[in-house]
Design a protein around this ligand. Structure first.
Ligand code: PGA
Length: 234
């Protein structure tokens, strides 16, 4: 719930064309048409959303379904962001139903996992991430890896300015990949949590980090451009 129409306009005017990387942008729902229709972004960005409701349709006042966002031109949906899990109490069952509703609507789920600081300190980070990934692992038996994206976002790194170290992030990405089996090798696994122009270069050089889920730095178009350039230059 950040940004404005003005930011969307600035974003579409000032985002530089970086043809050798995929740039996906997930604005708040109401700005989706402005970005899908922005000619300047066509050809090198995909537009998505930050959440969908788990049901297909019905009396769920104020909610938005995966089919609705697909109809408006969105190509992907972020599912299971830690703010949704923690503030809106979306447990694994709800997140898994959202995952299914995205697949049914032909949206690519960008599926977020990550542990809290307590879970990291008590040694349960890997178990927590595996529990969150269980349904996605099942889906990989029938869905090609290019129709799914995973984002590892340790909760303690989101919006705090404290990113996971490149080594720690890479280690967890490697564990996620091996947990997901053969298809996991082909899956894009993004890192999220205080990604900035200062740490992007070191993080992207890690073997198992395929890209980023950028929050705060994406609200500053020049910082976002810089991250894109660093990733593209890898
Ligand atoms: P951040 O946010 O980059 O500001 O830490 C990441 C996120 O919200 O997914």
């Amino acid at each position: 719930m950040n940004g404005s129409q003005n930011l969307c306009e600035t974003f579409s005017e000032q985002l530089r064309d970086v043809p050798d990387i995929d740039i996906w942008v997930a604005p708040p729902f109401i700005y989706v048409p402005a970005l899908t229709e922005a000619e300047r972004l066509q050809g090198f960005t995909q537009i998505g959303v930050q959440n969908v409701h788990e049901e297909v349709q019905g009396a769920f006042t104020g909610e938005v379904s995966a089919a609705m966002v697909a109809e408006m031109g969105a190509k992907f949906a972020i599912i299971g962001h830690s703010e949704r899990r923690n503030i809106y109490l979306e447990n694994d069952t709800i997140v898994d139903r959202k995952l299914k509703s995205c697949v049914d609507a032909n949206l690519i789920p960008l599926f977020c996992v990550g542990e809290s600081i307590e879970e990291r300190q008590n040694g349960s980070a890997e178990a927590v991430v595996q529990r969150q990934l269980r349904s996605l692992k099942g889906l990989l038996e029938t869905l090609p890896a290019e129709r799914l994206v995973v984002a590892y976002e340790p909760i303690w790194a989101i919006g705090t300015g404290i990113s996971a170290s490149p080594g720690d992030a890479d280690e967890m990405h490697g564990k996620i990949r091996s947990y997901l089996g053969d298809e996991g090798a082909k899956l894009r696994i993004l890192y999220g949590g205080s990604v900035s122009p200062n740490n992007a270069e070191k993080l992207i050089k890690q073997t198992n980090i395929d890209g980023f889920l950028v929050g705060g730095a994406a609200l500053d178009v020049s910082a976002f451009n810089e991250i894109c350039q660093l990733v593209g230059g890898d």
